[in-house]
Ligand binder design. Sequence first.
Ligand code: DLL
Length: 436
Amino acid sequence: MKMKYWQEEIETASRETLDSLQSERLIATVKRVYEKVPMYRQRMDEAGVKPEDIKSIKDITKLPFTTKQDLRDTYPYGMFAVPMNEVVELHASSGTTGKQVVVGYTEKDVHTWGEICARALVAAGADETDFVHVSYGYGLFTGGFGLHYGAQQIGATAIPVSAGQTKRQVTILEDFGSTILCCTPSYAMTIAEAVEQAGIDAAKLPLKAGIFGAEPWTEEMRQYIEDKLKIKAYDIYGLTEVMGPGVSFTCEHQCGMHVNEDHFIIEVLDPETFEPVPDGTIGEIVFTCITKEAFPVIRYRTKDLGYVTREKCECGRTFARMSKILGRTDDMLIIRGVNVFPSQIETVLLEQGYAPNYMLIVDRVNNADTLEVQVEVTPEIFSDKAAALTSYEKKLQVAIRELLGIQAAVKLVAPNTIQRFEGKAKRVIDNRKLHD
Ligand code: DLL
């Protein structure tokens, strides 16, 4: 019979059990980092908090936050809580600016990481008979290895394809009989196109599910990919500093991502006051690792925006669920005073029947912000008369204005002219920075 959960006992534990487990593990972690990591000791001393002050999860708000800058300041190994000879693997964040952040794992940490990814795979319907095609990059990026360890833990067959060489991905999908595809949603789109271009009927491939994450993507994009690849698409979330993929994952009900709460405590904070917000309210997501040995972060500010709910999910899992990531505080565009997330534009484009191949170009002209939305059209539309194209552009412009309240210039561009991505997509070019 098909497995419903990878670790049923913990995944369906009562709230009381989870709370007391989290409290116990938080107390132990705080005590350990205070002893082992000079930065945490210093920060706690400055905040006037001693490990004894942490008696349950309720006391978590007494602890200072950790930011990416703190991790950079201690580059490379300053935040490690175990001697280096216990570290069996290193990874690093994909930061584009400044120093990367280096994180380490003990043997037990690697096992935990595999376990949380195994839970995500099982939630997506995987078992030991599956072929897990991993097209997240293998390397310092955590995507490839995380899903790989997860697949192996459940006894499935991991196919470490890594990202890139898209034609080869399609051959492998077909010849190796991949049943579960793991990659970024943008790459899933690129692969779907390549499948189509190769004249393959996606419905005839053995592929049945995809586990996509590492970047924000909308519900509309999820449906688009499901339709193109004829699979069920699941979301998986994580970040290098906390563990990598698997911090949270969706189940078959697609109603938020279950946070692996036996390993991580999630908080959602008001981005301005840093006070906790009630469930259902959008804020910055903050994580504390409570089982990690080598690199436990305390109240790590992710800059990701979302909300949390603790209502019971129909799948039976009791773990809190986080919403899809609505954007990152540092991805938010402020266009003439209006806050816009690229994901909102993606929603409009897909609702209007366009494929999610787009680029947002922001600039400043005569002291006013401008936004140009470039979006690819199908060959049929592109071959229409110029007048027809203009009318499509106008229609999209109106839709963007109605939904987001901003005036954007819309430019429909020829098929296959917008860049395709193999990893995380980069869909915003902000030229305003050049003038600053
Ligand atoms: O992206 C880890 C990962 C790999 C997650 C594979 C899922 C699948 P980083 O490179 O450190 O780690 O980037 C972390 O990516 O703070 C979010 O902004 C974003 N992110 C990750 N997963 C999702 C998701 C990996 N499912 C940053 N939805 C995070 C939206 C996501 N954003």
